[in-house]
Design a protein around this ligand. Structure first.
Ligand SMILES: [Cu+2]
Length: 411
């Protein structure tokens, strides 16, 4: 019996001692030589420590020859500085008062490809760690692709060869990579792009599966890299593209796990404990509270058709995406564009790491709220606005007392 221990820096002033120990028939044969007393002493020492660890480990029915793990967490002095191990260092806290706009405008996506043959397409992504505005009076250290949340909307067509390069900005504290759900290949490209600060790595893949796919950083712990903002989407258009609409929008839902409770002021640090317990303080569309309501609402006019490319980055919660006061005329369930879309749908379910596409024809002016119909999340930041202007349409909707309605708070 023997075991191997490694120290891993955790968040803040914690460090984990991870021990994997093994029991294999025949392992002790190497200690059977009676003349090799030092070896026997070492063996006894290892055996004793190993037995203590074994006794403290959860019971297992695993057969000999397989590894079991135990994790021990030690509190460290407040002035302890964890060694900078790749992918596991705590987030540095920057100077207060400096932050950037990390919100991705929902109109920020490339136009439809329409008809063209397959090509080689270059995709250059940059992992950037930036301090951004999370809510009024609160900032957060985001980990991003290209400084925005979500990352760039990538648009290719089926049959394209996509050449991906990820540059991890030299100012980063962490390792980063990118895993495309549209990729058939190891880790979706995660291993091929895993980069230390200042490095660039890449790979290429053939976009063989049409659909809307999430991409995200997958450096361990991947949930932390996703929760801190490292996600986006790639649309692989089918031959001929999707039916035309007047406006397309790019919306992604995410969770943010902060040590301080929702509504706290100042620079908010991320909480690994809440992340592991799946208890986010914030839910956000496009990275921040109010991103798609006060700051960058979706805008269109009566008579127009819109499409929302909606992704759920998670990392943990399923979204019940709904637009209050609207019905999805077409809903591409689970973002499959090679299946016929559903019609006349109220709410779509979108799993973490999944997506959906919805089309709406706008018939009545007003402000329509984008929500996850798990509505408690509205109070934790999750709402957007689709603002529709144009003439009233009493054939579709007639308010008997519009003056009174104008005084009603809310949507
Ligand atoms: Cu990352």
């Amino acid at each position: 019996m023997y075991f191997i221990c490694t120290f891993k820096a955790g968040v803040l002033n914690k460090v984990r001692l991870e021990c994997s120990f093994y029991k294999r028939e025949g392992d002790l044969a190497m200690f059977k030589d009676p003349n090799d007393r030092p070896l026997i002493a070492i063996a006894i020492g290892f055996l004793t420590i190993g037995l203590v660890a074994w006794a403290n480990a959860p019971s297992s029915t695993q057969p000999p020859g397989t590894a079991r793990s135990v994790t021990v967490t030690h509190d460290l002095p407040a002035d302890y500085t964890a060694p900078p191990l790749p992918g596991m260092t705590a987030t540095p806290i920057p100077k207060a008062g400096t932050f950037v706009d990390i919100v991705r405008d929902p109109r920020d996506l490339p136009p439809p490809i329409e008809s063209r043959g397959p090509r080689r397409v270059k995709v250059d992504l940059r992992a950037e760690e930036v301090t951004g505005k999370l809510a009024d009076g609160a900032t957060f250290r985001y980990w991003t692709f290209d400084g925005k949340v979500p990352g760039p909307f990538i648009r290719v067509r089926v049959g394209d060869i996509v050449q991906v390069h990820l540059t991890n900005d030299a100012s980063s504290a962490m390792m980063h990579n990118v895993d495309f759900h549209a990729v058939t290949g190891p880790g979706g490209g995660a291993k091929a792009t895993e980069s230390e600060p200042g490095a660039t790595r890449g790979f290429e893949f053939k976009a063989e599966h049409p659909g809307l796919f999430v991409y995200h950083c997958a450096v361990m712990p991947a949930a932390q890299h996703i929760a801190n903002g490292m996600y986006g989407m790639i649309l692989v258009e089918p031959v001929g593209g999707l039916p035309k609409v007047d406006h397309e929008f790019y919306v992604m839902q995410g969770e943010i796990y902060t040590e301080k409770p929702f509504g706290a002021q100042g620079e908010l640090a991320d909480s690994y404990e809440k992340l592991m317990n799946e208890q986010p303080e914030y839910y956000v569309f496009n990275g921040a509270v109010g991103a798609l309501s006060d700051r960058k609402p979706l805008r269109a006019k009566v008579g127009e058709t819109i499409r929302i490319y909606f992704g759920d980055a998670g990392p943990n919660k399923t979204s019940s995406f709904h637009v209050i006061g609207e019905v999805f005329d077409r809903a591409y369930s689970l973002a499959s564009v090679t299946s016929a879309p559903l019609t006349n749908v109220q709410t779509i379910t979108v799993p973490p790491g999944g997506a959906g596409i919805v089309d709406i024809k706008l018939e009545v002016p007003g402000n329509y709220m984008l929500v996850d119909h798990a509505l408690s999340r509205v109070a934790r930041g999750l709402s957007g606005v689709l603002s529709v202007t144009g003439p009233v349409n009493v054939a579709a909707f007639k308010d008997y007392d519009p003056q009174r309605s104008a005084m009603v708070m809310g949507h």
